[in-house]
Design a protein around this ligand. Structure first.
Ligand code: 13P
Length: 250
């Protein structure tokens, strides 16, 4: 079964609800009828309901950039899985490197969030990737595999099926330095092999692995035409409707 690519927009801490609505109004006609790839927008929490409403009935899904692992409780500033679902969102990012870097998100927390997302039927996009010093020390595979093993702890093969992985080398995020297609393919193979080791070949071959890190309209097709690359997680270039549509239609 061929894997259906997922092209996702991570808006990070950009866009008010009005700006998110304006994006959707301009973007949806640009990708109307596009069925080759799945498309998802990840706005900030205050724009999520607006985006869900704006994309309703279209070929575009909406998700959150982060979600708490607890069902509910005294966790000031956090958003639960039920809240995400009640608004009508279907996806969540988990373990983005910015959350790992600035909000102390560990592999253990990523694992807890992944358990919760799967329990609630939310499609999780789990982000992994190495820092520059780790790549330069030849530790890329070790770092990625440790992140994967941590994320998947006590998650069964049956439960793991909906998981999407995003390979985002930290040195490529927001820097304009994209991994070459060869580097990305090599990392994606490491990820698929590690998942095969944990869950077997069937789950591993169905697993979608996205690339993220300075994906732009002019480098999207070089990356996305690779058999190992099943989509993209786009930051900066997803903020403008025409630029993100050009990536979707690479
Ligand atoms: P940029 O596309 O801005 O490099 O961001 C990538 C990213 O972090 C997506 O999650």
């Amino acid at each position: 079964m061929p894997r259906k690519p997922l092209i996702a927009a991570n808006w990070k801490m950009y866009k008010t609800p009005a700006e998110a609505k304006a994006f959707a109004d301009a973007f949806l006609p640009l990708v109307a009828g596009h069925t080759r790839d799945e498309i998802a927008l990840f706005p900030s929490v205050t724009s999520l309901a607006t985006v869900v409403e704006a994309v309703a009935g279209s070929n575009v899904a909406a998700g959150l950039q982060n979600m708490h692992f607890a069902e509910e409780g005294a966790y000031t500033g956090e958003t639960s899985a039920s809240m995400l679902k009640a608004v009508g969102a279907t996806h969540t990012l988990i373990g983005h490197s910015e959350r790992r870097q600035y909000f102390n998100e560990t592999d253990h927390i990523v694992n807890k969030k992944l358990h919760t997302a799967l329990k609630h039927g939310i499609i999780p996009v789990v982000c992994v990737g190495e820092h520059l010093h780790e790549r330069e020390a030849g530790r890329t595979s070790d770092v990625i595999c440790a992140q994967l093993r941590g994320a998947f702890e006590d998650i069964t093969a049956e439960a793991a099926a909906p998981i999407v992985i995003a390979y985002e080398p930290v040195w490529a995020i927001g820097t304009g330095k994209t991994a070459t297609p060869e580097m990305a393919v090599e990392a994606h193979k490491v990820i698929r092999d590690q998942v095969a080791e944990i869950y077997g070949i069937e789950i591993a071959s169905a697993l979608r692995i996205l690339y993220g890190g300075s994906v732009k309209p002019d480098n999207a097709s070089d990356l996305l035409c690779q058999e190992q690359i099943d989509g993209a997680l786009v930051g900066g270039a997803s903020l403008k409707p025409d630029s993100f549509a050009a990536i979707v239609k690479y």
